[in-house]
Design a protein around this ligand. Structure first.
Ligand SMILES: Cc1cc2nc3c(=O)[nH]c(=O)nc-3n(C[C@H](O)[C@H](O)[C@H](O)COP(=O)(O)OP(=O)(O)OC[C@H]3O[C@@H](n4cnc5c(N)ncnc54)[C@H](O)[C@@H]3O)c2cc1C
Length: 399
Protein backbone atom coordinates (compact mmCIF):
# COMPACT_ATOMS: atom_id res chain seq x y z
CA UNK A 1 0.00 0.00 0.00
CA UNK A 2 1.43 3.40 -0.97
CA UNK A 3 1.52 6.53 1.16
CA UNK A 4 -0.16 9.53 -0.44
CA UNK A 5 2.68 11.97 -1.04
CA UNK A 6 1.04 15.02 -2.63
CA UNK A 7 -0.22 16.49 0.65
CA UNK A 8 2.31 18.92 2.12
CA UNK A 9 0.84 18.47 5.56
CA UNK A 10 -1.97 16.23 6.80
CA UNK A 11 -5.27 17.86 5.85
CA UNK A 12 -8.61 18.18 7.57
CA UNK A 13 -10.45 15.33 5.86
CA UNK A 14 -14.20 15.40 5.39
CA UNK A 15 -15.36 11.89 4.45
CA UNK A 16 -18.60 11.93 2.45
CA UNK A 17 -20.15 14.68 0.35
CA UNK A 18 -23.77 14.08 1.38
CA UNK A 19 -25.89 16.51 3.42
CA UNK A 20 -23.53 16.45 6.40
CA UNK A 21 -20.21 16.44 4.55
CA UNK A 22 -21.04 19.11 2.00
CA UNK A 23 -22.43 21.49 4.61
CA UNK A 24 -19.45 20.84 6.89
CA UNK A 25 -16.93 21.38 4.10
CA UNK A 26 -18.51 24.75 3.20
CA UNK A 27 -18.56 25.79 6.86
CA UNK A 28 -14.88 24.85 7.25
CA UNK A 29 -13.96 26.75 4.09
CA UNK A 30 -15.80 29.83 5.37
CA UNK A 31 -14.42 29.70 8.90
CA UNK A 32 -10.81 28.61 8.36
CA UNK A 33 -9.74 31.45 6.02
CA UNK A 34 -7.45 29.15 4.05
CA UNK A 35 -5.31 28.40 7.10
CA UNK A 36 -5.57 24.62 6.81
CA UNK A 37 -5.74 22.28 3.81
CA UNK A 38 -9.24 20.77 3.67
CA UNK A 39 -10.16 17.79 1.50
CA UNK A 40 -13.62 16.48 0.67
CA UNK A 41 -13.67 12.74 -0.02
CA UNK A 42 -16.46 10.85 -1.81
CA UNK A 43 -16.74 7.78 -3.99
CA UNK A 44 -18.86 9.80 -6.46
CA UNK A 45 -18.07 13.17 -8.04
CA UNK A 46 -21.63 14.35 -7.23
CA UNK A 47 -23.74 15.25 -4.21
CA UNK A 48 -26.93 13.13 -4.26
CA UNK A 49 -30.24 14.70 -3.13
CA UNK A 50 -31.12 11.56 -1.22
CA UNK A 51 -34.29 12.98 0.35
CA UNK A 52 -35.87 13.07 -3.12
CA UNK A 53 -35.18 9.48 -4.14
CA UNK A 54 -38.78 8.41 -3.47
CA UNK A 55 -39.77 10.25 -6.69
CA UNK A 56 -39.95 7.02 -8.64
CA UNK A 57 -42.26 8.13 -11.44
CA UNK A 58 -40.05 11.13 -12.26
CA UNK A 59 -36.98 8.91 -12.08
CA UNK A 60 -38.53 6.47 -14.54
CA UNK A 61 -39.44 9.33 -16.89
CA UNK A 62 -35.86 10.64 -16.71
CA UNK A 63 -34.69 7.40 -18.38
CA UNK A 64 -31.31 7.32 -16.69
CA UNK A 65 -30.90 11.13 -16.52
CA UNK A 66 -29.96 12.16 -13.00
CA UNK A 67 -29.56 15.93 -13.06
CA UNK A 68 -32.56 16.78 -10.80
CA UNK A 69 -31.18 14.48 -8.10
CA UNK A 70 -27.47 15.35 -8.14
CA UNK A 71 -25.19 18.37 -7.88
CA UNK A 72 -21.74 17.91 -9.47
CA UNK A 73 -18.99 18.47 -6.91
CA UNK A 74 -16.55 19.73 -9.54
CA UNK A 75 -18.41 23.05 -9.54
CA UNK A 76 -17.09 23.55 -6.02
CA UNK A 77 -13.52 23.22 -7.10
CA UNK A 78 -12.73 26.07 -9.45
CA UNK A 79 -9.24 27.10 -8.47
CA UNK A 80 -9.15 24.30 -5.87
CA UNK A 81 -8.47 21.21 -7.95
CA UNK A 82 -6.89 19.45 -4.96
CA UNK A 83 -9.93 19.88 -2.70
CA UNK A 84 -11.83 16.78 -3.86
CA UNK A 85 -10.51 13.27 -3.48
CA UNK A 86 -12.70 10.84 -5.41
CA UNK A 87 -12.46 7.28 -4.18
CA UNK A 88 -13.89 4.71 -1.80
CA UNK A 89 -12.91 4.89 1.85
CA UNK A 90 -11.93 1.31 2.70
CA UNK A 91 -10.65 1.73 6.24
CA UNK A 92 -10.49 4.42 8.89
CA UNK A 93 -7.53 3.95 11.23
CA UNK A 94 -7.95 6.36 14.10
CA UNK A 95 -4.91 5.07 16.01
CA UNK A 96 -2.52 6.00 13.17
CA UNK A 97 -4.63 8.92 11.93
CA UNK A 98 -4.86 7.64 8.35
CA UNK A 99 -7.63 6.49 6.06
CA UNK A 100 -7.25 3.93 3.30
CA UNK A 101 -8.67 5.32 0.06
CA UNK A 102 -8.67 3.03 -2.98
CA UNK A 103 -5.51 1.32 -1.71
CA UNK A 104 -3.72 4.55 -0.74
CA UNK A 105 -3.03 5.77 2.77
CA UNK A 106 -4.07 9.36 3.36
CA UNK A 107 -3.12 10.84 6.71
CA UNK A 108 -5.27 13.42 8.43
CA UNK A 109 -4.87 16.16 10.95
CA UNK A 110 -8.57 16.30 11.83
CA UNK A 111 -11.35 14.06 10.57
CA UNK A 112 -15.07 14.42 9.97
CA UNK A 113 -16.79 11.10 9.26
CA UNK A 114 -19.96 11.80 7.26
CA UNK A 115 -20.40 8.54 5.33
CA UNK A 116 -24.19 8.28 5.72
CA UNK A 117 -25.96 4.95 6.03
CA UNK A 118 -26.88 1.74 4.21
CA UNK A 119 -30.07 -0.34 4.41
CA UNK A 120 -30.51 -2.42 7.57
CA UNK A 121 -31.88 -5.90 6.80
CA UNK A 122 -31.89 -7.12 10.43
CA UNK A 123 -30.71 -10.55 9.30
CA UNK A 124 -33.97 -11.25 7.42
CA UNK A 125 -33.06 -13.97 4.89
CA UNK A 126 -33.58 -12.93 1.26
CA UNK A 127 -34.28 -9.28 2.04
CA UNK A 128 -31.15 -7.88 0.37
CA UNK A 129 -31.38 -10.34 -2.54
CA UNK A 130 -35.02 -9.96 -3.51
CA UNK A 131 -35.93 -6.42 -2.42
CA UNK A 132 -35.26 -3.13 -4.14
CA UNK A 133 -34.38 -0.06 -2.10
CA UNK A 134 -34.30 3.70 -2.54
CA UNK A 135 -31.44 4.54 -0.18
CA UNK A 136 -29.04 5.09 -3.10
CA UNK A 137 -29.65 6.76 -6.44
CA UNK A 138 -28.68 3.65 -8.41
CA UNK A 139 -31.17 1.56 -6.38
CA UNK A 140 -33.99 4.08 -6.83
CA UNK A 141 -33.33 4.23 -10.57
CA UNK A 142 -33.40 0.44 -10.80
CA UNK A 143 -36.70 0.26 -8.92
CA UNK A 144 -38.27 3.02 -11.04
CA UNK A 145 -37.26 1.19 -14.20
CA UNK A 146 -38.53 -2.16 -12.87
CA UNK A 147 -41.97 -0.68 -12.09
CA UNK A 148 -42.18 0.98 -15.48
CA UNK A 149 -41.12 -2.20 -17.31
CA UNK A 150 -43.51 -4.40 -15.33
CA UNK A 151 -46.44 -2.03 -15.96
CA UNK A 152 -45.47 -1.77 -19.63
CA UNK A 153 -45.50 -5.56 -20.00
CA UNK A 154 -48.93 -5.73 -18.37
CA UNK A 155 -50.40 -3.19 -20.79
CA UNK A 156 -49.13 -4.94 -23.90
CA UNK A 157 -52.31 -6.90 -24.57
CA UNK A 158 -51.86 -10.09 -22.53
CA UNK A 159 -54.51 -10.01 -19.79
CA UNK A 160 -52.61 -10.47 -16.53
CA UNK A 161 -53.48 -9.29 -13.04
CA UNK A 162 -52.70 -6.00 -11.38
CA UNK A 163 -49.01 -5.40 -10.58
CA UNK A 164 -48.48 -6.26 -6.89
CA UNK A 165 -45.89 -4.22 -5.04
CA UNK A 166 -45.08 -4.70 -1.38
CA UNK A 167 -43.16 -2.03 0.54
CA UNK A 168 -41.56 -3.06 3.85
CA UNK A 169 -41.10 -0.32 6.46
CA UNK A 170 -43.64 1.82 8.29
CA UNK A 171 -41.44 4.91 8.74
CA UNK A 172 -41.28 8.06 6.62
CA UNK A 173 -39.36 6.44 3.75
CA UNK A 174 -41.75 3.48 3.44
CA UNK A 175 -44.74 5.83 3.60
CA UNK A 176 -43.33 8.12 0.90
CA UNK A 177 -42.41 5.22 -1.39
CA UNK A 178 -45.80 3.45 -0.99
CA UNK A 179 -47.74 6.69 -1.53
CA UNK A 180 -45.66 7.58 -4.58
CA UNK A 181 -46.10 4.18 -6.25
CA UNK A 182 -49.85 4.11 -5.57
CA UNK A 183 -50.64 7.60 -6.86
CA UNK A 184 -48.08 8.38 -9.59
CA UNK A 185 -49.21 8.80 -13.18
CA UNK A 186 -47.48 5.70 -14.52
CA UNK A 187 -49.34 5.94 -17.84
CA UNK A 188 -47.26 9.01 -18.62
CA UNK A 189 -44.07 7.17 -17.82
CA UNK A 190 -45.01 4.00 -19.75
CA UNK A 191 -46.42 5.94 -22.70
CA UNK A 192 -49.84 4.27 -22.74
CA UNK A 193 -52.70 3.73 -20.32
CA UNK A 194 -51.77 1.39 -17.49
CA UNK A 195 -53.59 0.16 -14.41
CA UNK A 196 -52.21 1.52 -11.12
CA UNK A 197 -50.26 -1.06 -9.07
CA UNK A 198 -51.72 -2.65 -5.96
CA UNK A 199 -49.56 -1.46 -3.05
CA UNK A 200 -49.22 -3.08 0.37
CA UNK A 201 -47.19 -1.47 3.14
CA UNK A 202 -45.81 -3.87 5.75
CA UNK A 203 -45.44 -1.78 8.88
CA UNK A 204 -43.67 -4.35 11.07
CA UNK A 205 -43.83 -4.67 14.84
CA UNK A 206 -43.00 -1.01 15.52
CA UNK A 207 -45.97 1.37 15.34
CA UNK A 208 -46.67 3.16 12.04
CA UNK A 209 -44.54 6.38 11.78
CA UNK A 210 -43.22 5.70 15.31
CA UNK A 211 -42.14 8.82 17.16
CA UNK A 212 -44.15 11.28 15.07
CA UNK A 213 -47.10 13.34 16.26
CA UNK A 214 -50.33 11.26 16.68
CA UNK A 215 -52.40 13.71 14.60
CA UNK A 216 -49.88 13.54 11.78
CA UNK A 217 -49.95 9.74 11.95
CA UNK A 218 -53.76 9.67 11.79
CA UNK A 219 -53.74 11.93 8.74
CA UNK A 220 -51.03 9.92 7.00
CA UNK A 221 -52.97 6.70 7.64
CA UNK A 222 -56.13 8.22 6.14
CA UNK A 223 -54.31 9.58 3.09
CA UNK A 224 -52.61 6.25 2.41
CA UNK A 225 -56.03 4.58 2.64
CA UNK A 226 -57.45 7.07 0.13
CA UNK A 227 -54.49 6.33 -2.15
CA UNK A 228 -55.45 2.64 -2.02
CA UNK A 229 -52.43 1.49 0.01
CA UNK A 230 -53.20 -1.46 2.28
CA UNK A 231 -51.43 -1.35 5.66
CA UNK A 232 -50.29 -4.62 7.27
CA UNK A 233 -49.51 -3.74 10.86
CA UNK A 234 -47.98 -5.27 13.94
CA UNK A 235 -45.92 -8.07 12.48
CA UNK A 236 -42.36 -8.28 11.19
CA UNK A 237 -41.10 -9.93 8.00
CA UNK A 238 -39.50 -13.33 8.68
CA UNK A 239 -38.06 -14.07 5.24
CA UNK A 240 -38.23 -12.88 1.66
CA UNK A 241 -38.28 -15.19 -1.33
CA UNK A 242 -38.23 -14.45 -5.06
CA UNK A 243 -41.96 -13.69 -5.32
CA UNK A 244 -43.32 -13.95 -1.80
CA UNK A 245 -42.55 -12.76 1.68
CA UNK A 246 -43.39 -14.50 4.91
CA UNK A 247 -44.49 -12.62 8.01
CA UNK A 248 -43.64 -13.70 11.56
CA UNK A 249 -47.32 -14.73 11.89
CA UNK A 250 -46.78 -17.27 9.12
CA UNK A 251 -48.88 -15.28 6.61
CA UNK A 252 -47.41 -15.21 3.10
CA UNK A 253 -47.65 -12.14 0.91
CA UNK A 254 -47.11 -12.72 -2.81
CA UNK A 255 -45.56 -9.88 -4.82
CA UNK A 256 -44.21 -8.94 -8.24
CA UNK A 257 -41.83 -6.32 -6.79
CA UNK A 258 -40.72 -5.76 -3.20
CA UNK A 259 -39.11 -2.66 -1.72
CA UNK A 260 -37.12 -2.67 1.54
CA UNK A 261 -37.52 0.65 3.37
CA UNK A 262 -37.30 -0.66 6.91
CA UNK A 263 -34.42 1.44 8.18
CA UNK A 264 -30.74 2.14 7.95
CA UNK A 265 -27.50 1.28 9.70
CA UNK A 266 -23.95 2.62 9.64
CA UNK A 267 -21.88 1.48 6.63
CA UNK A 268 -19.48 -1.46 7.21
CA UNK A 269 -16.39 0.80 7.06
CA UNK A 270 -17.84 2.81 9.97
CA UNK A 271 -18.99 -0.23 11.94
CA UNK A 272 -15.43 -1.58 11.75
CA UNK A 273 -13.93 1.38 13.66
CA UNK A 274 -13.07 0.18 17.18
CA UNK A 275 -14.93 2.85 19.16
CA UNK A 276 -18.24 2.80 21.04
CA UNK A 277 -21.16 2.18 18.71
CA UNK A 278 -24.82 2.74 19.46
CA UNK A 279 -27.99 1.54 17.78
CA UNK A 280 -27.51 0.32 14.18
CA UNK A 281 -23.75 0.74 14.42
CA UNK A 282 -23.87 4.54 14.57
CA UNK A 283 -20.82 5.97 16.38
CA UNK A 284 -21.50 7.43 19.83
CA UNK A 285 -20.39 11.06 19.90
CA UNK A 286 -20.19 13.45 22.85
CA UNK A 287 -22.01 16.76 23.20
CA UNK A 288 -19.47 18.37 20.81
CA UNK A 289 -20.05 15.70 18.12
CA UNK A 290 -16.52 14.43 18.81
CA UNK A 291 -15.63 10.74 19.18
CA UNK A 292 -14.68 10.18 22.85
CA UNK A 293 -10.97 9.40 23.25
CA UNK A 294 -10.10 10.68 19.76
CA UNK A 295 -9.59 14.45 19.86
CA UNK A 296 -10.09 16.03 16.43
CA UNK A 297 -12.27 13.18 15.12
CA UNK A 298 -15.93 14.07 14.61
CA UNK A 299 -18.99 12.21 13.28
CA UNK A 300 -21.87 14.02 11.61
CA UNK A 301 -25.16 12.94 10.03
CA UNK A 302 -26.47 9.39 9.81
CA UNK A 303 -23.18 7.87 11.09
CA UNK A 304 -23.39 9.71 14.42
CA UNK A 305 -25.44 8.71 17.44
CA UNK A 306 -25.98 11.96 19.30
CA UNK A 307 -28.05 11.67 22.47
CA UNK A 308 -30.34 14.65 23.00
CA UNK A 309 -29.82 15.72 26.62
CA UNK A 310 -33.50 16.76 26.92
CA UNK A 311 -35.10 13.54 25.67
CA UNK A 312 -32.19 11.15 26.43
CA UNK A 313 -32.89 9.65 22.99
CA UNK A 314 -30.72 9.63 19.86
CA UNK A 315 -31.69 12.37 17.44
CA UNK A 316 -33.11 10.98 14.19
CA UNK A 317 -31.03 10.03 11.16
CA UNK A 318 -32.31 12.80 8.90
CA UNK A 319 -30.86 15.31 6.47
CA UNK A 320 -32.30 18.01 8.73
CA UNK A 321 -30.22 16.80 11.68
CA UNK A 322 -27.12 16.33 9.48
CA UNK A 323 -27.28 19.91 8.20
CA UNK A 324 -27.85 21.27 11.73
CA UNK A 325 -24.86 19.37 13.14
CA UNK A 326 -22.42 20.27 10.38
CA UNK A 327 -21.60 23.94 11.19
CA UNK A 328 -21.12 23.09 14.88
CA UNK A 329 -18.76 20.24 14.01
CA UNK A 330 -16.85 22.57 11.65
CA UNK A 331 -16.44 25.14 14.40
CA UNK A 332 -15.33 22.48 16.86
CA UNK A 333 -12.75 21.05 14.42
CA UNK A 334 -11.16 24.50 14.20
CA UNK A 335 -11.46 25.17 17.95
CA UNK A 336 -9.76 21.84 18.64
CA UNK A 337 -6.89 22.78 16.28
CA UNK A 338 -6.51 26.12 18.08
CA UNK A 339 -6.58 24.45 21.51
CA UNK A 340 -9.74 26.30 22.52
CA UNK A 341 -12.82 24.94 24.38
CA UNK A 342 -15.39 23.25 22.13
CA UNK A 343 -19.05 24.26 21.78
CA UNK A 344 -21.93 21.90 22.54
CA UNK A 345 -24.44 20.97 19.85
CA UNK A 346 -28.12 21.54 20.67
CA UNK A 347 -30.69 20.01 18.32
CA UNK A 348 -33.90 21.85 17.51
CA UNK A 349 -36.15 20.16 15.00
CA UNK A 350 -37.61 22.64 12.51
CA UNK A 351 -40.53 20.40 11.58
CA UNK A 352 -41.38 17.17 9.81
CA UNK A 353 -43.05 16.72 6.44
CA UNK A 354 -43.90 13.35 4.90
CA UNK A 355 -45.17 13.15 1.30
CA UNK A 356 -48.13 10.80 0.96
CA UNK A 357 -48.40 10.37 -2.76
CA UNK A 358 -47.73 12.81 -5.58
CA UNK A 359 -50.47 15.26 -4.63
CA UNK A 360 -50.44 15.60 -0.86
CA UNK A 361 -48.33 15.52 2.30
CA UNK A 362 -48.68 15.67 6.07
CA UNK A 363 -46.51 17.73 8.34
CA UNK A 364 -45.85 19.08 11.80
CA UNK A 365 -44.54 22.61 11.43
CA UNK A 366 -44.47 25.39 14.05
CA UNK A 367 -46.42 23.27 16.54
CA UNK A 368 -49.26 22.67 14.04
CA UNK A 369 -50.25 19.46 12.31
CA UNK A 370 -51.10 20.12 8.69
CA UNK A 371 -52.14 18.04 5.72
CA UNK A 372 -52.98 18.49 2.05
CA UNK A 373 -51.55 19.89 -1.12
CA UNK A 374 -50.11 23.11 0.47
CA UNK A 375 -47.94 20.93 2.74
CA UNK A 376 -46.57 19.12 -0.32
CA UNK A 377 -45.87 22.49 -1.92
CA UNK A 378 -44.02 23.50 1.26
CA UNK A 379 -41.96 20.27 1.13
CA UNK A 380 -41.10 20.93 -2.52
CA UNK A 381 -40.08 24.49 -1.62
CA UNK A 382 -37.78 23.23 1.18
CA UNK A 383 -36.22 20.70 -1.20
CA UNK A 384 -35.69 23.29 -3.95
CA UNK A 385 -34.08 25.59 -1.38
CA UNK A 386 -31.71 22.75 -0.38
CA UNK A 387 -30.87 22.11 -4.03
CA UNK A 388 -30.34 25.84 -4.60
CA UNK A 389 -28.19 26.06 -1.49
CA UNK A 390 -25.92 23.23 -2.70
CA UNK A 391 -25.61 24.94 -6.10
CA UNK A 392 -25.20 28.41 -4.63
CA UNK A 393 -22.30 27.17 -2.53
CA UNK A 394 -20.86 25.96 -5.82
CA UNK A 395 -21.33 29.35 -7.50
CA UNK A 396 -19.77 31.06 -4.48
CA UNK A 397 -16.64 28.98 -4.91
CA UNK A 398 -16.44 29.64 -8.64
CA UNK A 399 -16.64 33.43 -8.41
C1 LIG B 1 -36.27 8.31 0.15
C2 LIG B 1 -35.72 9.09 1.30
C3 LIG B 1 -36.38 10.25 1.72
C4 LIG B 1 -35.86 10.99 2.79
N1 LIG B 1 -36.52 12.13 3.16
C5 LIG B 1 -36.01 12.90 4.12
C6 LIG B 1 -36.64 14.14 4.45
O1 LIG B 1 -37.68 14.50 3.89
N2 LIG B 1 -36.06 14.91 5.40
C7 LIG B 1 -34.90 14.54 6.03
O2 LIG B 1 -34.41 15.30 6.87
N3 LIG B 1 -34.28 13.37 5.76
C8 LIG B 1 -34.81 12.53 4.82
N4 LIG B 1 -34.18 11.36 4.50
C9 LIG B 1 -32.97 10.94 5.26
C10 LIG B 1 -31.73 11.64 4.67
O3 LIG B 1 -31.62 11.38 3.29
C11 LIG B 1 -30.47 11.18 5.38
O4 LIG B 1 -30.64 11.32 6.78
C12 LIG B 1 -29.29 12.03 4.93
O5 LIG B 1 -28.99 11.73 3.59
C13 LIG B 1 -28.08 11.83 5.83
O6 LIG B 1 -27.05 12.65 5.38
P1 LIG B 1 -25.53 12.16 5.50
O7 LIG B 1 -24.69 13.28 4.97
O8 LIG B 1 -25.27 11.62 6.83
O9 LIG B 1 -25.46 10.92 4.48
P2 LIG B 1 -25.61 10.91 2.88
O10 LIG B 1 -26.43 12.06 2.42
O11 LIG B 1 -26.08 9.54 2.54
O12 LIG B 1 -24.12 11.09 2.37
C14 LIG B 1 -23.13 10.13 2.56
C15 LIG B 1 -22.06 10.35 1.50
O13 LIG B 1 -20.96 9.47 1.79
C16 LIG B 1 -20.51 8.85 0.57
N5 LIG B 1 -19.93 7.56 0.94
C17 LIG B 1 -20.52 6.57 1.64
N6 LIG B 1 -19.66 5.56 1.84
C18 LIG B 1 -18.50 5.92 1.24
C19 LIG B 1 -17.21 5.31 1.13
N7 LIG B 1 -16.95 4.12 1.69
N8 LIG B 1 -16.24 5.98 0.45
C20 LIG B 1 -16.48 7.19 -0.09
N9 LIG B 1 -17.68 7.82 -0.01
C21 LIG B 1 -18.67 7.19 0.66
C22 LIG B 1 -21.77 8.73 -0.27
O14 LIG B 1 -21.45 8.64 -1.66
C23 LIG B 1 -22.52 10.01 0.09
O15 LIG B 1 -22.19 11.08 -0.77
C24 LIG B 1 -34.67 10.57 3.44
C25 LIG B 1 -34.00 9.42 3.01
C26 LIG B 1 -34.52 8.67 1.97
C27 LIG B 1 -33.80 7.45 1.50
Amino acid sequence: MSEKTDAQEPAILVLGAGYAGLELWHALERQSHGKYPIRLVDRHPVHVMRTELYELARLSEAEGGVSPWVVPLRGLLAGRTDALLTGTVEEIDLAHRVIHLDGQRVSFRSLAICLGSVPAYYGVPGADTYCHSVYRLSGAQKLAQAIRDALGRRSSGVPVGQLRIVVVGGGSTGTEVAGEIATADWSRSVGRTVRAPQVRLVIGALPFLAGLDPNLIARARKLLGTAGVELLEGVNVRRVERDELELASGARIPFDLAVWAAGVQAPPVVRAIPVEHGRSGRIRVDEHLEVPGHPGVFCVGDVAEFIDSRTHLPIPATAQAAVAEAPVAARNILLRLRGRPLQPFVYRERGVIVAVGTRTAVGRVGGLTLGGRPVLVLKNLVESAERRSARTHARGKRS
